[in-house]
Design a protein around this ligand. Sequence first.
Ligand code: NAD
Length: 418
Amino acid sequence: MPDVDPDAPLLTAQAQLSRAVEILGYDAGLHEVLATPRREMRVAVPLRRDGGGVEVFTGYRVQHNISRGPGKGGLRYAPGVDIDEVRALAMWMTWKCAVVDVPYGGAKGGVTIDPHAYSSAELERVTRRYTSEISSMIGPEKDIMAPDIGTDERTMAWVMDTYSVNRGFTIPAVTTGKPLAVGGSLGRPTATSQGVVHAARATLADAGVELSEVTAAVQGFGKVGSHATRLLHEAGTRVVAVSDERGGVHRADGLDVPALLEHVSRTGSVVGFGDADAIDNAGLLALDVDVLVPAAVEGVLDADSAARVKARWVVEGANGPTTSEGDQVLADRGVVVVPDILANAGGVVVSYFEWVQANQAYWWTAQEIAERLEQRMLASYRAVSELARAEQVTLREAALTIGVRRVAEAHLIRGLYP
Ligand SMILES: NC(=O)c1ccc[n+]([C@@H]2O[C@H](COP(=O)([O-])OP(=O)(O)OC[C@H]3O[C@@H](n4cnc5c(N)ncnc54)[C@H](O)[C@@H]3O)[C@@H](O)[C@H]2O)c1
């Protein structure tokens, strides 16, 4: 038997589903249907390097469930991408879309590549070849992509263009998180982070606390973490530490966030920001803060690191930052965890708005988007926290119960073909 890492994201996702199935009392057959990805594709992605040679990468697209609508999920470029990680991320997308009640199933894609090691022209060729290889699987009614780790709005423009050119006309709704110039939505670049802040505000309010009264630390300073830091700062929260994959910075009095953002746009990292002490990622997770926002990668809060968490609230900007064991440790210690499938759902909510706008070729104002996002995040949070209170379960168990139940209902009402 090969050694299986108990903290691997797919095992975490499967354990979470098992818990929801147990709460819901479903039978083994329905459990298996819910656990099994509907479609998976693995493709070779050959790249002609700028210097002439050729390298071959592996790409994946997984549609975990499409009972409630087309697959929806990001595209990740990272060296650690493998089929099981993509399966886990696709499964989380399924429950997330159901929790915030957008009419999608869950999907995810990835290419095993370190995007920092390749030029923009090379990444464009990788993206176009990957898109061509999986193009039979994607489309506005089938499976809609968005940015994730290592990809951005530019990547989404390349995917959209490749898909459109091959069909002979422009099809903006095949991706979301696109630049405004090609049918993107106002508010999408900050939507995930805005949703994290709505979720944080709502969970603090349950304890009679406001964002302006607390301190926070944010792990990961990419698309989600950087905007979350700025929005928390604007809400009056004292953000005392941030980090990225190269390290972190800490200042107990609170970081000068505008100066930090300027430093990052100049240097590409939070590391080296003056007027703050260096801190590593493990140290950041263990800081004495009120709110901890993991917004980087999976599995950072395992049994050991969770035991060192001093925060009272963990608001999951990242997907799967807490392992099953870590989750248990946090619950036993009374730490409130706002789970990924709720806390970071603002991105898919505004992706849904972008898809609706693209399908109708009619664009909403920034205010309409901001209001509808807030409404949906707060309504989803309320439903989850009310269920958690009523059933005496954690917010994660409540969110999973709502998400899994909605997917199971769609599956059961459609019936099993043939
Ligand atoms: N982009 C979205 O709209 C969105 C939506 C929902 C969830 N998420 C999730 O949020 C997380 C971050 O995504 P993103 O889009 O901001 O990615 P990104 O690539 O823009 O940023 C990732 C950040 O994490 C840092 N990082 C990477 N490995 C790290 C490590 N081991 N320790 C500490 N920091 C590390 C990187 O340096 C970078 O600052 C992922 O889990 C992603 O799936 C993203």
